[in-house]
Design a binder for this molecule. Structure first.
Ligand SMILES: Nc1nc2c(c(=O)[nH]1)N[C@H]1C(S)=C(S)[C@@H](COP(=O)(O)OP(=O)(O)OC[C@H]3O[C@@H](n4cnc5c(=O)[nH]c(N)nc54)[C@H](O)[C@@H]3O)O[C@H]1N2
Ligand SMILES: Nc1nc2c(c(=O)[nH]1)N[C@H]1C(S)=C(S)[C@@H](COP(=O)(O)OP(=O)(O)OC[C@H]3O[C@@H](n4cnc5c(=O)[nH]c(N)nc54)[C@H](O)[C@@H]3O)O[C@H]1N2
Ligand code: SF4
Ligand SMILES: [Mo]
Length: 869
């Protein structure tokens, strides 16, 4: 029997090892790799269901010029010619690449080399700008190099774990499980600092619902407390840290408990509890992500966290570190090759000696000598006509950049846009002049670096579909055609890896900690067999930092005025992620199992705000900002702070008519990092009335545009489910039904319309609309897509003895819905999460739903108590 292929998960920066056993040309059985240090065999819901995403639905299989298929030769020649001509006419800064933390290190390396050493511009930026550039800037300011001074092992050894601005249970689930295991094993305490009460808070010892943007005040208040309590580390401060003038005076002024509590809008007693716990616990890891980074003061927020760790000597020791956890599978690899516009290569910046050194190494004809444009400025320059040729690789900026409406306009006006993607139609690629089919996960071959500096191999186990090619190949082909044949004469990813490793070691006398010298000469077989390894074991263990004087820097950070609500925009919009979707859903959207957790884009709002605005649960509401507006389904949530709303980032034109979060955020950025403040935009919300609602189930995946106000699509086994709502005559939706034998039940007085199309005894499509009443369970009807001999009775929408609606899927692995879990808790009087597992299986496989189960237990218990009162 064939051996499983060991590879790394396609999604988040946890970087879990996967064991993939192909079972056919486009099918695979996925298991966790027990030997991988990041996950020891565990996988979350997204990783577990990767197998559902390797089909060819929606794939881009051939190069396309406009809407016509082209040969690779023709497409590559065209890209090379257009870039060459634009550079000749307007100079190297008139072109740009916008790349991604989802490229492999080898892809990233050649794209960076081409732009910075050969085209001679640094206009290559990446979606990592939107993701962790504030952490990069913060590390550089504090340590002199972008070093993450923590590893997952530290989580196992910590006594206190503080999560700041991180919904770890949803976004880094295997890290969350590791934290839970550490708590079980050694009683580590968990504190979550997040304006929302997320599932990550469910089981925490403390949740501080901080006022958005007040984290600097919080951290400075914490530092002031540690100073006052004599809990700083004078020896470490003396030997290893320098402070700027006025630093300690600043911390000593206006950072008392009461002032801090007021600024952060947290009860003083609760804040004091946290301060005491922190001060008393030397082994503390403070893990942070987008709630900290994605702010117009993100870099200061990062440094405020690092300051506390430096001042208390909690760095470079087991179980004690500030820990910036990265989002994408290769965000760290991108940092290592220098793929940001503000870095050069291999942890070097644009200092003249670095430019000269890298230029020598590459034998580069035209080195970039200064940083290029950062993402938001880059797209502004495109909109203003200053950049005339753009190549987008492995990212979907029409959705994911702030003020995405302007980004779409910029893409439309740019004279030449190339998009390399695995999917044919994305909100970005519809603006492309040339689309290049890239190899996807399971096909591509190279390395990634996860959040804790562990480098692992992504290995192929599927053949390349159609004419798809790996990103490194596409880039080097264009580079060769632009005239740099020798500098891009790689035959395989291993050739690129060796060159990258050599560059990290090149004239590196120890000034740069990133040094992969040992890997610079490995053979192709050793590259293929590479085991996961972490570089830079425990950074700063010797109390030395990569600054000129060897000391770390405290950075003076000031809490900016937290803005009072504006008259037209009384709410604050926060944006982020769902447990089972990945970014713009081009891959997770293909997995029916992942679709059912959250089927529609929701705006979460506190019941008190909703009441004041006349908005009810499950209504539709328009969220508006100065940048744009979009429609969402309403979800009342006690977990929101009053005055603050939350929307998800995932929905696109390809799957829905609303939920376009990207149109809403301000394009304001942090002054140091250029990272946008996605988490806080002044907004308003308004109810939108509809006369009818309903759903449509269609066999197959062929996309259809529905003529109604609200439509969202999810994949289901055998087809697609659309939720719809609108005004006027709903009959027009019937035009979207396929041809075939038609059965219908139309009740004008109750305003219900039920139409089914049956072809050769199989259900081809159904439409259910109601103006007044309830709608039946979708589950049973979806099941009918895979049944033979369907008849008119399908309109009853339930079979003999069929079950009531399962509700939103909570446990993806065993397909168990909310209603089933609540029923089991009530009927079997279940008291804890393991008991639910024993009774119905939920939560016993990947474990991603365990926080949700804990929450349901609590809510159901409260309901029962109220009922008993
Ligand atoms: N399921 C899933 N997992 C993912 C991804 C995905 O798309 N889906 N994407 C990956 C990527 S690229 C990334 S970057 C990570 C992101 O992972 P996270 O950063 O954990 O995710 P987010 O939902 O963006 O935001 C985290 C939290 O920050 C909080 N927050 C907002 N404002 C503030 C504030 O002012 N202060 C504080 N303290 N908190 C605040 C939000 O309420 C939110 O709960 O997830 C990775 N993992
Ligand atoms: N409002 C708001 N906006 C945000 C955020 C937020 O919290 N709030 N978070 C930001 C963050 S942290 C991030 S990381 C970004 C993510 O945003 P994006 O990077 O725009 O999102 P993805 O959907 O991951 O886009 C990846 C694209 O690459 C394609 N692709 C997948 N694999 C490959 C491959 O191997 N090669 C090629 N060439 N293409 C491939 C996919 O089909 C998809 O079109 O969103 C940012 N935007
Ligand atoms: S936590 Fe989940 S999404 Fe992240 S790498 Fe592991 S399996 Fe993949
Ligand atoms: Mo990210």
């Amino acid at each position: 029997m064939a051996e499983p292929i060991r590879t790394t998960c396609a999604y988040c920066g946890v970087g879990c090892g996967i064991s993939a056993m192909p079972t056919g040309p486009r099918s695979v059985v996925i298991n966790g790799d027990a030997a991988h240090p990041a996950n020891a065999g565990r996988l979350c819901s997204k990783g577990t269901h990767l197998g559902e995403t390797v089909g060819l639905t929606g794939r881009l299989l051939h190069p396309m010029v406009g809407s016509r298929r082209a040969s690779w030769d023709k497409a590559l020649d065209l890209v090379a010619k257009k870039f060459r001509e634009t550079i000749a006419r307007h100079g190297p800064d008139s072109v740009a690449f916008y790349v991604s933390g989802q490229l492999l290190t080898e892809d990233y390396y050649v794209a960076n080399k081409l732009m910075k050493g050969f085209i001679g511009s640094a206009n290559i930026d990446t979606n990592s700008r939107l993701c962790m550039s504030s952490a990069v800037a913060g590390h550089n300011r504090a340590f002199g190099e972008d070093i993450v001074p923590a590893s997952y092992d530290d989580l196992d050894e910590a006594d206190l774990i503080v999560l700041v601005g991180s919904n770890t249970a949803w976004c880094h689930p295997i890290v969350y499980q590791r934290i839970q295991a550490a708590r079980a094993a050694r009683g580590a305490k968990l504190v979550v600092i997040d304006p929302r009460r997320t599932e990550t808070c469910e089981d925490a010892d403390l949740h501080l619902a901080v006022k958005p943007g007040a984290d600097v005040a919080l951290m400075n208040g914490l530092l002031a407390w540690c100073v006052a309590e004599g809990m700083t580390d004078p020896a470490f401060l003396g030997d290893s840290v320098t402070a700027p003038d006025g630093f300690w005076d600043h911390i000593g002024t206006g950072h008392d408990l009461w002032t801090t509590a007021k600024t952060c809008d947290i009860a003083p007693a609760l804040l004091e509890q946290f301060f005491r716990l922190f001060a008393a616990t030397p082994r503390t890891v403070t893990l942070f992500s987008q709630g900290i980074n994605q702010s117009i003061r993100g870099t200061d927020q990062v440094n405020a966290i690092i300051n506390v760790h430096l001042a208390t000597g909690r760095i470079g020791k087991p179980g004690a570190a500030p820990f910036s956890i990265t989002g994408q599978p290769n965000a760290m690899g991108g940092r290592e090759v220098g793929g940001l516009a503000s870095t050069l290569a291999a942890h070097m910046d644009f200092a003249a000696d670095n430019v000269a050194r890298v230029g020598r190494f590459w034998a580069a004809p035209t080195m970039a000598t200064k940083p290029g444009l950062k993402a938001v400025d880059l797209f502004r320059a495109i909109g203003e006509g200053r950049i005339k040729a753009l190549w987008v690789m492995a990212t979907n900026p029409a959705v994911s950049l702030p003020d995405a409406g302007r980004v779409r306009e910029a893409l439309e006006t740019c004279p030449f846009v190339v998009v390399s993607d695995i999917i044919a139609d994305t909100d970005t690629s519809v603006h492309a002049d040339v689309r290049l089919p890239a190899a996807g996960w399971g096909e591509k071959d190279g390395t990634v670096t996860n959040s804790d500096r562990t480098i692992s191999r992504q290995r192929p186990f599927l053949t390349l579909p159609g004419e798809a090619q790996p990103d490194w190949w596409i880039v080097t082909q264009v580079a060769r055609r632009m005239g740099w044949r020798n500098a891009f004469a790689y035959d395989r990813p291993a050739d690129i890896w060796r060159e990258h490793a050599r560059l990290t070691a090149y004239q590196n006398d120890g000034a740069r900690l990133l040094n992969l010298r040992a890997w610079a000469t490995i053979g192709n077989d050793a590259y293929d067999a590479m085991e996961p390894f972490r570089w830079g074991d425990t950074p700063f263990a010797d109390g030395r930092f990569p600054t000129p004087d060897g000391k770390a820097r405290l950075v003076l950070t000031k809490q900016m005025e937290v803005q009072a609500p504006l008259k037209d925009w009384p709410m604050t919009l926060n944006t982020g992620r769902y447990r089972d979707q990945w970014h713009t859903m081009t891959r997770t959207g293909l997995a029916p199992k992942l679709a059912r957790h959250r089927e529609e884009p929701l705006v979460e709002i506190h019941p008190r705000d909703a009441q004041a605005l006349g908005i009810g649960d499950r209504d539709l509401a328009q969220v508006q900002t100065a940048q744009g507006s979009s429609l969402f389904r309403v979800m009342l949530s006690q977990g929101q702070r009053v005055g603050e709303i939350f929307t998800p980032i995932h929905w696109t034109d390809q799957v829905s008519s609303g939920g376009r979060t990207g149109l809403l955020p301000r394009p304001l950025v942090d002054p140091h990092s250029g990272q946008p403040g996605f988490k806080s935009t002044p907004a308003s919300v308004e109810r939108v009335a509809t006369e009818w609602k309903g759903f449509l189930i269609l066999r197959g995946q062929e996309p259809v545009k529905l003529p109604c106000l609200w439509s969202t699509k999810i994949s289901v086994p055998g087809g697609a489910l659309y939720e719809v709502a609108g005004n006027g005559d709903a009959a027009r939706l019937e035009a979207c039904l396929p041809k075939g034998e038609r059965v219908e039940a139309i009740d004008q007085t109750r305003g219900t319309r039920r139409v089914a199309i049956i072809r050769e005894g199989k259900l081809a499509g159904v439409l259910f609309i109601t103006r007044t009443g309830l709608l039946p369970s979708r589950d049973w009807l979806i099941g009918q897509l895979s049944v033979e001999g369907v008849g008119a009775s399908v309109l009853a929408a339930r079979g003999p003895g069929s079950q009531p609606d399962k509700g939103a899927t909570i446990c993806v692995c065993f397909d168990i819905g909310l209603n089933q879990i609540v029923a089991a808790i009530r009927e079997q009087q279940l008291l804890d999460v393991p008991a639910i597992g024993k009774a119905i299986g939920a939560g016993t496989n990947c474990g991603s739903c365990r926080p949700a189960l804990a929450n349901l237990l609590k809510e159901t218990r409260q309901e029962t108590l109220h009922a008993a009162e």
